[in-house]
Every structure is written in C-alpha cells, then in structure tokens.
Design a protein. Structure first.
Lengths: 260, 595
C-alpha cells in the first residue's frame, strides 16, 4: 500500500466507454407488497402495483412511486437511501436486503417482485416491524468500549494490525437483515441473534477493550452463541458484506479458549 | 395528550444530539427525542474524516486550522467561534478515541491523518494531513460510537417521536439602553409519536435542537429523505431568526444523476477530476491546490466545464472522478464504501473506469443563530434562556459562506458537547417555565388540517416541483432572474399546498401525514433561502451571483438574519423581515481568496 501516489499527467486519454451507454431504458414491473394495518383488519393481504421504472431505480424507488403516486398509506421506513442508515431492511423475493441497495434491473422483472417485512419481529404496519426486541439484544452485550487503567492524555495506541482484527464487524449498521434471516431467531425470539454477536465481536477483538470476558460470559448463555447452527443465512443477508457466521465462530472459539 | 417532564430535552439523535446527550445525561435528567432510530441519522453517511491539528503525521497547529476555516468560509466566519472549534478539535478527536472509535492508525499506532480540501500548512502553502478518519466511513463510526456511549450511560430515547413545535413564553423586558423588548424563554416541545399517532408534550428546563439540515429542498442531494429542516422551520415559525440561509454547500462529487456522496477523501487520497477531454481542469481554477480546493470552488469549476461543453457522458452533463491511477489495494483500504457505491448504483468499476460525478446539495451553512456556548439568539445578541442548538441546524457561525470538508463532523462534536454541558448546567439552577395553556393546540390544529385535507394536490408532486425549481434556479450559479423565478415558483407551490389531500387517515405510523408536515417546513425554508439569496448582491463562498461576480466586503461583509414577521416585507415577499448581524473578527483581515 502506497501512502502517496505519483502526480498523474494533467491530461490523459480517456477510454471510449466513458461516453456512457446512451439513454437509460425504462421497464415495467409488478410490485407485490404484503400489507397489514391492524386499524383496518387483523389479516394481512397482498397488493399488486404495476409500475414503469428507470434503469438505475432501486426497490426503494418503486416503493416510493407507489406511496407518492398510487397509495399514500403504504408504510415503510427509509432515510439515507444508499445503504448506510439501516432503515429499510425487508424481504425482497424471499431474501433479506436493503430496499435502497437492491437495483430492480438485478431482479427478475418478468415475474412480480415480492416485498414483505423482515421475519421474527412483530409487524406494526405494512413493512414496519417493532425493532425494540432487536435493540434490546444489542444493548445486553455491552456494546461499548470498557477500558481499565488510567486514561492516557493522548490517544490509546493501537497497531494497524490490531485495528484490522475487528474491522469487519465495525461495519454493522444495525439493520437487522442478519438477525431476521436466522431460522433459530424465527423460532426462538430469546436468541441474541447474529447482529448482537457481531457487535460483541467488535469489542471482544478490540485490543483496547478489557471486558471481553464479561461479554463471552453473556454469550455463553443458553440463548447465546451456541444456538447458532451455522446456517449462513446471516452472512448472505448482510448488506455490508460482513462475514457474520465467521464472526460468530470466532466468538465461539474465544469462549472455548478462554481461561476460567 | 401526555405531558412529560425532564431537566433537558434534546431534539435529534445524530452526532450533535447524541454528543450533547452524553454530557447532559451524566449531569441532569435527560430525554432524547428523535424522528428516527438513533443510528439512522445522516451523520452516519459522512465519510472522509474529522480534522484536528493533532500533528500525528506532519507539522500542524490549531491556528492554521482556524485560518483555513476562516478563509474557506470566505471571511464570513465568526472568528472567535472558529478558534474555539479548531482548538477544541484536538480533544474532540481524543474524546471519541477514548469512547472507542476505531480510527485508522499510523505504523506507530497513533491516529492516522489524511489530506482534505482547503486544509493547508502554514496559511495556504500546501495541503496538510489533518483529517482523522476511519476508512471512508468516519461518520458511521462516530454515530455508532456515540450511540454505544449513550447505551453505556443509559440515555433515555424516545424513538420515532417527531418534534413539531417549540413552546416558548414571552416576557416584557428592557435592554441596557432602556428600549423595551419581548424576552423569549423556552418551556418545552410538542412531539408526535409515529407509532400511536398520539401527541406528547415535553416540558423541559433546557432544550437542545440538534435536528440537522434541510437538503431535501433540492432534487439532487446527498441528504437523506428525512432531512427536511424541521428544527429550522419550527424555530423560524416561532420567531427565532435564521442566519445566512442563502449559503448552501454543493458537494462536488455526487454520483451523477443520483446525488449520492463520494467523499472528498477520494481526492485527498489522490483522485483527480477530469473533463470529457481528459484534462485535469482544476489546474485552471486553483493552480496551487487543484482538486483539493474548497468545495464551492470545485463545484463551480465543474459546473463551468459542463456549461462550456466539456462535460462527459451522452448528454455531456457530468465530469469524471478518476481513481484509475491509484493502486486497487490502496482504494480498498482507504475508500471501500464509495467505490462500492459507484459499482452498485452506476455499475462503474473505479479501479479501471473514471466515475461520473456532478455537484450535489450537501449542507446548509446557515441556521438557527447561536453563540459559542450553543445558546440560541432571538436577535443579534439576546439569548433565549433554556434554548440551545448544535450541528447543522445551528449557525455559530464556524462555516461562514462555505464549510470546509470534515468541519461538520467537528462542529457536531465540539458544539454538541458544549451545548450538552451548557444545557445541563443551566437546568441545575433554572426553574421550569410554565407551559402555555393548551400547549399542543397549534400542533393539533396543524395535524388535523392535514389529516382531514381533501384537496387534489399530491404532496410528492409539490415537493418534486419545489426540488426542480431549486435545482434549476438556486444551485451553484444564481442570477437575479433565476432567484426571482424560484421565488415565484415557491409562491405558486404554497398556493397548491393549501389544496393538498393525503390518503392515509389512520393513527398508526402515518408517514403520509408527516411527509405533508415536512413539506411545509421545506417550503418555508426554500423561501427563506431564496429571499436571502436575492438580497445578497455579491458572490461569496457557496453563494455565486453571476450578475454580481465579486465579493463586496463594503456592503455585504455581514450575516443575513431573516425573521418571520407578518407585518414586514423583504424582496417583495410578505411576512419576512430582513436584518444583518456583524461578523466577529479576531486576528484575520479579509483577503482575496485564492488557492
């Protein structure tokens, strides 16, 4: 890795492809959304919307088109719209994904695109679920740095290698795509779930932290890491590309290797 | 209606709100009200870094940082505030490290630092490595770290509570020179619980507004859908002035057509802007620091290249960010997220292809005026006891007419902390101010008017038309005619807004209702921005008037202060009163701004 790069020429030949691909095509889709509003009915149902979309549109754009042009009551969470805030995890064609990061053209648009709320958390309305149980598990694993000893006047030192050790799990945006893709979590809501373990991992493997043993104790619980059956749904679901199952395995190994 | 009582209520759970909460929560009974969940705030979308003169990798000091901030803001910065920010930057970074933030490290294990636009060594001699960072997800790490510490300190959150009104009382008072005036005093806020549709009134001794920006007045923006300027709008409606609202920052490198931010860190790491002819065109506009000139200059240069026919792409309407000469391993280590954005959203491979980019509305330099303690001002000098603001909603003013990259993450940490401490200390000795009778009456009237609306205008259509006219007429190049066009369009949109109809009439998670309320704030703020832009007949920082291309210190070296006042008229717009506020100078005399 180079710290600085040579100053490139002030004028370069650009590849012909830079011109871009011309006009962006439009295409038609059918969006099939699972609807639920207990103010109206205790039963959920499916609504279908036929929409014309553009080449760079995402599932979130399709949901907005429905809400803004067809049915204002369609309810879903979203904020940043580019995959960093974690608001819009949902089940798209049976897979947990962020609606703002799923391009329509990457889905099979010859068939209806189905959108449902994530599973395992109580549905509140349409695509909105109660996130409180999810955040409760997160809070229980002590998701904050605990450093003993005197505080240095400047920063604590940490080598680039030590920093790299937990880099993958710092990327978590708490969207719940992993936890709500886990069959163990679906059947047992008490299970901490992948996201909480990922966030425990982030501190357990941080060289500055001194509370790893306490977190391992918490996760050694009957609702802790041992419930994981290495199904890998979580790793597939993570929109940040975190190797969730690997992180869980590392926590399991740390519990086994720990000195009592 | 339910009524809650807290010593301190913080509105907003982004960086500024949570930084304030960490301080306030340890000193006084504190509640944080947020319209999202805490980690959903747009602080998390900030990428490149947070500047502080740690001097970990090369010589640097806070005075140089102050100078860069003042010059970057084209001398409209209040220099006392900039000095506070640059000095306290060092502790702000160290605080975050101690809270656990995983900064990138030097081989010696210290916090690593990199270059960023407008940050220079020794008053402009060359770029300096001042930005502390965590890859290109520094904002994400700040937001997560602050939330983690809120969990640690058991901060009480009310999630998905939309604050829609600020409750204040007015008392007769007399100034030192004997003139009478109405002294405002904060009493509480009115909020709407999204889940239940119920109104909750929060009475508080001290209130901190940390509600973020208003980028959604524009179509092409890096901002989240939820950045609708609620806090600015509420304060303005309640008679608090808004300062310097004509100054909007357009970030140079938004993904073309989408507006999604690609960090300036790309250029900090060596990326180069090119036009359709492959030229490094910034050599023409900023010969010394080129691609690392401040954002207003780079954004205008890009727009000028496109205007003069050297734009790239089928419609020649964007320029190119070239990273192809950087090592892929270097890109992966330093810029992983933004290169993924290019791949995901445009299908472009940054290792081998230049990325289409164009300026995107990014940051509101102006906002609710405060002093350096974070206390909100009801005019040029009168503090509103018990009311504080920090972050993008506020105008301290550390950004003047153009904010330097990384200085917003710094602003939220320095002034978030200051306002959290000040609010809690104030609450220790202050009494509760009695709530007005029927405190939620106006909010309930507003909500029921929208809920029962039966007109034929759609919210989304009015909002889209507002965003179109703001992009077309209030972007990087402005003229009297373009601004007047925007103003006329806004007036027509206000008429249409009277005739809206929403479809969701329910209580639960009624986002249809709230989008309508948010649009009301956007319309108010767009009008304020436009009136201020029409009034400022000069070019300075983010505000560029083609009919007045030069900076005019004789007439305009002062902050704009716009008040809501039914009896007044400014630039032909009824209901807005215009005032000015002097800029605070300490050590830097205005100079021509060249890079």
């Amino acid at each position: 890795m180079t710290a600085s790069t040579a100053e490139p020429a002030s004028k370069v030949e650009l590849p012909a492809s830079v011109g871009g691909g011309g006009e962006i095509p439009t295409f038609d889709i059918t969006l099939r959304v699972r609807r639920y509003n207990p103010e109206v009915s205790e039963e959920s149902h499916w609504d279908e919307f036929k929409l014309t979309m553009y080449g760079t549109d995402r599932v979130l754009d399709a949901l907005h088109k429905v809400k803004w042009e067809h049915d204002g009551s369609l309810s879903f969470r979203r904020s940043c719209a580019h995959g960093v805030c974690g608001s819009d995890a949902m089940r798209i064609n049976g897979r947990n994904r962020l609606a703002c990061k799923t391009l329509l053209k990457d889905l099979d648009t010859s068939k209806p695109i189905t959108v449902e709320p994530i599973k395992g958390l109580p549905v509140e309305k349409d695509l909105i679920v109660d996130m409180e149980p999810f955040f409760q598990s997160y809070r229980e694993i002590m998701p904050f740095l605990v450093a003993k000893g005197h505080e240095p006047t400047k920063e604590r030192l940490q080598s680039p290698e030590d920093r790299e050790r937990f880099d993958d799990t710092t990327k978590c945006i708490l969207c719940a795509a992993c936890t709500s893709s886990c069959p163990v979590f679906w059947t047992d809501g008490q299970y901490f779930g992948p996201a909480a373990i990922v966030n425990a991992h982030r501190f357990i493997f941080d060289s500055r932290d001194d509370a790893g043993d306490m977190r391992l104790e918490i996760l050694n619980d009957k609702e802790g890491v041992w419930r994981c059956r290495t199904i890998f749904n979580c790793s597939e679901a993570c929109p940040r590309g975190i190797q969730v199952t690997k992180a869980i395995s590392e926590v399991k190994q740390a519990i086994l290797a720990r000195q009592f | 209606m339910q009524v809650h009582k807290y010593d301190v209520v913080i509105v907003g759970a982004g960086g500024a709100g949570m930084r304030a909460a960490i301080e306030s929560g340890q000193r006084a009974r504190t509640a944080v009200l947020t319209k999202l969940y805490p980690t959903r705030s747009h602080t998390g979308a900030a990428q490149g870094g947070m500047c502080a003169a740690l001097a970990n990798v090369e010589e640097d000091n806070w005075e140089w940082h102050t100078f860069d901030t003042v010059k970057g803001g084209d001398y409209l910065v209040d220099q006392d505030a900039a000095e506070v920010m640059a000095k306290e930057a060092i502790d702000a970074v160290l605080d975050l490290e101690k809270m656990g933030l995983p900064f990138n490290r030097t081989p010696e294990g210290r916090i690593d630092q990199r270059r960023f636009g407008g940050h220079t060594r020794d008053h402009g001699k060359a770029p300096v490595r001042r930005a502390c960072y965590a890859a290109d997800r520094t904002g994400h790490m700040i937001l997560q770290t602050l939330y983690q510490n809120c969990v640690k300190h058991n901060v009480e959150f009310y999630n998905e509570y939309y604050v829609l009104d600020l409750l204040m009382v007015e008392e007769d008072a007399v100034r030192e020179d004997g003139t009478p005036f109405k002294q405002k005093r904060a009493a509480g806020v009115v909020s709407y619980d999204l889940a239940s549709g119920e109104i909750h009134v929060f009475q508080a001794k001290a209130i901190v507004f940390a509600t973020g920006g208003a980028g959604k007045v524009f179509k092409t923006t890096s901002n989240a859908h939820t950045l609708t300027g609620d806090g600015m709008g509420i304060a303005f409606r309640r008679g608090i002035p808004l300062e310097d609202m004509e100054f909007i920052q357009f970030h140079p490198t938004g993904l073309a057509g989408l507006g999604i931010l690609l960090s300036e860190a790309a250029r900090g790491e060596g990326a180069i802007l090119r036009n359709s002819e492959g030229e490094r065109f910034m050599e023409r506009y900023a010969p010394t620091i080129k691609d690392l000139a401040p954002r207003d200059i780079v954004a205008r240069s890009m727009a000028n290249e496109v205007r003069e026919g050297r734009g790239a792409g089928p419609n020649k309407d964007y320029v190119l960010l070239d990273l192809t000469h950087l090592e892929p391993a270097h890109i992966d280590a330093k810029l992983p997220d933004i290169t993924e954005f290019a791949r995901t959203y445009l299908g472009v491979e940054p290792y081998t292809e230049p990325v289409p980019v164009y300026p995107t509305a990014h940051y509101v330099m102006g906002g609710v005026p405060t002093n350096i303690k974070g206390e909100v001002l009801q005019d040029n000098e009168t503090v509103v006891p018990g009311l504080y603001a920090a972050g993008e909603v506020a105008c301290v003013s550390v950004h003047g007419s153009n904010r330097l990259g990384t200085n917003s993450l710094l602003d939220i940490n320095v002034f978030g902390k200051r306002s959290g401490i000040a609010a809690a200390e104030y609450a220790k000795t202050a009494e509760f101010v009695e709530l007005p009778e029927n405190p939620a009456a106006e909010t309930e009237a507003l909500l029921s008017a929208v809920r029962n609306s039966a007109g034929n205008e759609r919210i989304a259509s009015i909002r889209a038309d507002l965003q179109e006219t703001m992009d077309a007429n209030m972007q990087v190049f402005r003229t009297k005619d373009s601004i007047a066009k925007a103003l006329a369009d806004i007036a027509a949109l206000r008429e249409r807004y009277r005739n809206i109809g929403i479809q969701d009439k329910g209580k639960r998670f009624n986002l249809d209702l709230l989008e309508a309320v948010e649009l009301g704030f956007l319309l108010d703020l767009a009008e304020v921005m436009t009136v201020a832009a029409l009034h400022r007949k000069e070019s300075r920082g983010g505000h560029y008037r083609e009919d007045f291309p030069d900076r005019d210190d004789a007439n305009f070296m002062k902050h704009s202060m716009l008040y809501r006042d039914p009896a007044a008229e400014t630039e032909g717009v009824k209901g807005i009163r215009f005032g000015t506020k002097p800029v605070v100078f300490t050590r830097y005399e205005p100079m021509e701004r060249k890079y």
